[in-house]
Design a protein around this ligand. Structure first.
Ligand code: SF4
Length: 486
């Protein structure tokens, strides 16, 4: 029996025919979405459900029974009301429309809902496949729209569905990108109906438009120290690989590399750590006691939670602060918001209480913390002067690593603290219940806004304290170790 090319499979096939084949013939190979991917999908579902409120007279067609949903979709066309998730199958193709809106006597507009704030190329491919499928099924399509989130919307009371969404007419772009669609469909139908998997080499496509979930498998043959670990390698890494250079240490000496790539190249060749002692000394010399090691955690929900907030606006819910005095004594202070109310006012007030008037504020990637403080000052202007006064105290610990003043091959070209901490100190985030910022955000939402038992909530809050605490304590360890190595 011929396989069905659905809209989602078509989009998978555009990225890679191997991934498409596996998603049909070897499904068990495709890993379940991780917490972060699942969270994004859930946010998309919430947005999709909200979008249906845009049209009060619409009818939702449940997917449950596949053939029944197709039958219902067809039958409901005559009602001439907006249809949500209407599904049509024709010539081996199947597509469900987020929204089909009737226009005039017998035409329809396609409205595709996305939780992003801009029209992306992949959205145009998505809608071009839908349009083709509906037209082949006999529908007259007038226009195509993308219904995105408007990030200028400010919540004031109940979410206003007419204002949080913006409609963009993408009819012409869809027509442009739709050129060659029938040939692409033909190729992909052949792929899914073949008994053998197409051989696809690794390429840029593995990361665009999304990180392919099979990357860990397809890329697993690459040994440590491979050219894709080259810092900001991009096209250069692929060029080297295509020329048969797999390892960084194999890159010919006359190949043009940037300064930091040359350091990485030398480290790989010599199996050694690089440290520019003068630069590190200079960096450490800038630190003024007491040292305030600071880290924030945030959430940025697509649908604003509190009045005065925009979609995707960041809400800080946690900080960790380690204060180190010149005599070596250390104090740890932290804030972790509790309950469903807006934590920002308390967050900024508590932070002001503990940050003192002098001494370096050491953060890892300062644009994040400083940007957030600026946003808070915009919302609570009484803190503006204080936020401005903090600027000269900030010291960004990522800089020596981003500039490769210190580099250990175990960092694999990365300056992220998750790679730098083990490289410099031998300690790591391994085995922690919460071990990255995205998981911290998701768990916080679960514990304070979700349906969570008291014991689970306790576990999450303890883990959040440990995780954020390690981010700041880890920075102390890094600086102590760098000092030792001078
Ligand atoms: S990792 Fe790359 S080659 Fe492998 S299936 Fe995904 S896109 Fe295709």
């Amino acid at each position: 029996m011929s396989k069905l090319l659905t809209k989602s499979k078509y989009l998978v096939g555009l990225q890679c025919s191997g991934y498409l084949w596996d998603s049909i013939h070897d499904k068990s190979k495709i890993p379940q979405p991780d917490k972060s991917a699942q969270y994004k999908m859930d946010q998309g579902t919430i947005v999709g459900q909200l979008a249906t409120k845009y049209f009060t007279d619409g009818i939702y067609i449940p997917e449950g029974n596949f053939m029944e949903s197709i039958r219902m979709s067809k039958a409901l066309l005559s009602k001439r009301v907006p249809l949500f998730e209407a599904g049509f199958m024709v010539n081996g193709l199947y597509s469900r429309a987020d929204i089909l809106k009737p226009v005039g006597k017998d035409q329809w507009d396609i409205i595709e809902v996305k939780s992003g704030t801009k029209v992306k190329e992949i959205n145009l491919h998505d809608v071009s496949f839908q349009k083709f499928c509906y037209e082949q099924s006999g529908l007259k399509i007038r226009k195509c729209f993308l219904m995105n989130i408007d990030n200028t919307y400010v919540k004031n009371g109940k979410i206003d569905v007419k204002k949080i969404f913006k409609l963009t007419d993408i009819t012409d772009d869809v027509a442009d990108i739709g050129k060659g669609l029938t040939q692409r469909i033909e190729v992909l139908l052949k792929v899914i109906n073949s008994t053998t998997r197409p051989k696809v080499p690794i390429s840029h496509d593995c990361k665009t438009p999304y990180d392919c979930p099979l990357k860990h498998e397809c890329w697993s043959f690459l040994p440590d120290g491979n050219v894709f670990e080259l810092s900001r390698g991009g096209k250069k890494s692929f060029d080297l690989y295509e020329q048969g250079v797999v390892l960084i240490k194999e890159i010919p000496d006359d190949f043009k590399l940037s300064t930091i790539q040359s350091i990485q190249h030398k480290c790989e060749k010599d199996c050694k750590t690089h440290m520019c002692k003068d630069s590190i000394k200079k960096f450490i010399g800038k630190l003024n006691y007491p040292l305030y090691y600071l880290d924030f955690e945030t959430i940025n929900p697509v649908i604003p939670l509190f009045d005065g907030m925009k979609p995707y606006q960041r809400i800080p819910f946690q900080f960790s602060l380690h204060i180190v005095q010149e005599d070596g004594s250390t104090e740890h202070l932290s804030f972790l918001a509790e309950g469903k109310s807006d934590p920002r006012k308390k967050f900024v007030a508590e932070l002001k209480n503990v940050l003192g008037n002098s001494g370096s504020i050491i953060v890892y990637n300062q644009s994040f913390e400083q940007g957030l403080l600026r946003e808070l000052a915009e919302t609570f202007p009484k803190y503006l002067e204080w936020v401005i006064s903090l600027t000269p105290r900030f010291v960004d610990l990522i800089i020596p690593f981003r500039k490769f003043h210190y580099y250990n091959p175990v960092q694999k070209g990365s300056a992220s603290i998750k790679k730098v901490l083990p490289a410099v100190t031998g300690k790591s985030y391994d085995g922690m219940y919460i071990a990255d910022g995205m998981t911290a955000s998701i768990r916080y939402i679960e514990s304070e806004f979700g349906d969570c038992s008291e014991s689970k909530r306790k576990k999450i809050r303890n883990s959040l304290e440990k995780y954020c605490g390690l981010d700041t304590e880890g920075m102390i360890w890094i600086i102590d170790e760098l000092k030792k190595q001078l």
